[in-house]
Design a protein around this ligand. Structure first.
Ligand code: ZN
Length: 89
């Protein structure tokens, strides 16, 4: 008989939400859009903290810094589609 210690279906651990302080947030990967029009860049798989307690989603300081570097052209992105699409690395 298997012991069921973990009731949750997902294996990703819960994080403490920086907004509401509840341990109900988890890391998800979502596309982020930078800029608009011809300068628009879609970045796939950007790590986002999503809280199921307060419903907020936010980026970590590290990710914001990375996105800022992308915006300033300090990061080399790999284009995969006709509009520039890059993956968080
Ligand atoms: Zn929260």
């Amino acid at each position: 008989m298997p012991t069921k210690k973990n009731k949750s279906k997902t294996s990703s651990k819960l994080l403490v939400c920086e907004i509401c302080g509840h341990k109900a947030a988890r890391l998800v990967k979502r596309p982020q859009v930078l800029g608009k029009g011809a300068a628009m860049i879609v970045i796939e798989d950007v790590p986002v903290i999503s809280c199921r307690h307060c419903g907020e989603s936010y980026l970590t300081a590290e990710t914001l810094h990375w996105l800022d570097q992308v915006r300033r052209g300090q990061r080399q992105l790999q284009s995969r589609y006709q509009i520039p699409v890059a993956a968080f690395v």
